[in-house]
Design a protein around this ligand. Structure first.
Ligand code: SAH
Ligand code: SF4
Ligand code: F3S
Length: 514
């Protein structure tokens, strides 16, 4: 099918109203396209079976795709969380291995991939805006490949909308089949048809995909994929499949490799890292055991994200309390301070459990810094329940918090609840919450005034190129004047001025420790 035929067929589809599409989400659109068409299915993605997870170590670029990118450039835009960033590093790695070069300039690109996020409606709107923006570029340069991947691709409503309204998109793939990119790209390049392949399975683990890491100081190491928590508001368990842990030996080898390559700060990644190991059928092994091993590796800082309070066990706290390269920063999303709201969210802990856990951590690690995530305006949230969140914030004295207005996600249980808190009220609550977060952050930063802290120098400040920036072990941003030679080293800095969101300081030790 050539471009014109494709446009005509999609035009025919545009005749359907959006209401038809809604009632017709499982419709097989493959009749419109000749290529193999695997659509997503959120209901299928929800299933959790007992079958073993396959761990595949045999990623390879097919022979006929090797070198195909010579002289061509790619651009990846990443919209989501660290996991999404991590996927972009894999995608970039694959494209580089195929001979493509990376570019930051859209006009120079032969492939533009949007690695999307489905967590809130505004994340999705941004992507649809960008898909629209790319249309003139595609019309001017029909050879350009426009691809959509990431979490939005896992939603059938999104794929249907792209099929109907954005025929200039060439390729849609999901979070479970990134390793199929070479083949999918081949189809997209040579057949000129929209290629859609999204797997709604529980997921495998692909071990040896190439990786083009973004930085040389900080690195991400995925320790597990997926999520089985099914918090009622959240789309992630549907877009990322079931919880599945990488083998400890694979994780440890990757951390060792990063240590040998000079990385200084490692973040272990997962949607719910505290569930690490639960699915490893042949061993009793958890995050605490993994951290105990990683503690022995010569890398100055190790952190992890994200923790679910429910699976945070005593062994992990014991290991973290040993210090060394285990930093004193715990991101522990609470979502709400009201037990009634927590119950509706199916977080499966109470405010009291959460505080008890946090106190246990604080006793074991006295200078630990806590950060959190909060959702305001969940269905039925009353003013009083929101005030419970404010009081929990004060009780916990967080260093900072990511705060969000609740956004209904199609296919989740909460989306069936009446979204009955008016938008003005949601916005007003968010403002009050943010004011409190700012106040706490400023007060906590003030405690650093005059103190000498260890800073990992990350680079030149984005705001002022005469100034360097780095972070404390507790993840506080510090700006100071220094020499570029210290980038990538640990130095001692005296805090001279504490601001709301950052600290200014002076270097007290000029030679960094490598
Ligand atoms: N796995 C992580 C969260 C990933 S999503 C965890 O459980 O901590 C990051 C944050 O986005 C969540 O903690 C939550 O605060 C927010 N979030 C998730 N779904 C949302 C929704 N439907 N509306 C608003 N915020 C949401
Ligand atoms: Fe979403 Fe809850 Fe899983 Fe986090 S733990 S990814 S909020 S379902
Ligand atoms: Fe977004 Fe998917 Fe991450 S929905 S937050 S990119 S797991």
């Amino acid at each position: 099918m050539n471009e014109d035929q494709k446009k005509q067929q999609v035009k025919a589809m545009e005749g359907t109203s959006s209401a038809d599409v809604k009632s017709d989400q499982n419709k097989d659109y493959s009749q419109y396209f000749q290529t193999s068409y695997t659509p997503p299915d959120l209901k299928q993605a929800k299933k959790r079976g007992k079958e073993d997870v396959s761990i595949l170590y045999n990623f390879d670029i097919p022979e006929d795709m090797q070198g195909i990118g010579k002289g061509k450039k790619f651009l990846i835009r990443t919209y989501g969380c660290q996991m999404n960033e991590h996927d972009s590093e894999n995608i970039a790695g694959i494209l580089l291995q195929m001979g493509f070069e990376s570019t930051a300039v859209a006009e120079n690109a032969d492939i533009i991939l949007l690695n999307t996020c489905a967590i809130r409606e505004n994340a999705e709107n941004k992507v649809f805006g960008e898909i629209g923006n790319l249309k003139p570029m595609k019309l001017e340069n029909p050879g350009l490949i426009v691809g959509v991947c990431g979490c939005m691709s896992q939603e059938e409503s999104v794929v249907n909308r792209i099929l109907q309204k954005h025929p200039h998109v060439d390729l849609i793939f999901g979070t479970h089949n990134i390793h199929r990119l070479p083949d999918l790209l081949k189809n997209a390049i040579f057949s000129k048809e929209m290629v859609v392949e999204v797997w709604s399975k529980e997921g495998d683990i692909i071990e040896n995909m190439p990786r083009a890491r973004k930085g040389k100081i900080q690195g991400w190491v995925n320790i597990m994929y997926g999520c089985d928590k099914f918090c009622t508001y959240c789309i992630v368990p549907y877009t990322r499949g079931k919880e599945r842990s990488r083998r400890p030996e694979d994780v440890i080898e990757e951390v060792r490799h990063l240590a040998r390559s000079g990385y200084k700060d490692i973040t272990l990644l997962g949607q719910n890292v505290n569930a690490y190991g639960k699915d490893l059928v042949d061993m009793e092994y958890g995050l605490g055991d993994l951290m105990e091993e990683i503690r022995k590796i010569d890398i100055p800082r190790v952190r992890f994200t994200t923790s679910h309070p429910r699976d945070f066990d005593d062994h992990l706290i014991e290991v973290l309390a040993k210090g060394g390269n285990m930093v004193e920063h715990i991101h522990l999303p609470v979502q709400s301070g009201s037990n009634a709201v927590l119950k509706l969210m199916a977080r499966k802990y109470t405010r009291e459990h959460y505080v008890e856990l946090a106190n246990k951590i604080k006793t074991a690690i006295p200078h630990a810094s806590f950060t959190t995530d909060i959702i305001v305006g969940f269905p039925n949230e009353t003013e009083e329940q929101f005030e419970d969140t404010l009081s929990l914030m004060r009780e916990m004295n967080y260093d900072s918090a990511y705060t969000y207005i609740y956004s209904p996600r199609d296919g989740t249980p909460a989306a069936k609840m009446e979204d009955n808190v008016p938008m003005e009220v949601k916005k007003e609550r968010l403002q009050r919450l943010n004011a409190l977060v700012n106040e706490m952050s400023a007060a906590n930063n003030l405690a650093y005034q005059g103190k000498v802290v260890e800073v990992l120098v990350e680079g030149v400040s984005k705001k002022n190129e005469d100034v360097l920036m780095g972070r404390t072990r507790t993840n506080k941003l510090v700006n100071f004047r220094g020499t570029d030679a210290s980038i990538g080293t640990l130095i001692q800095v005296k805090v001279t001025n504490a601001k709301t969101w950052s600290l200014d300081g002076e270097v007290v030790e000029t030679v960094g420790v490598n």
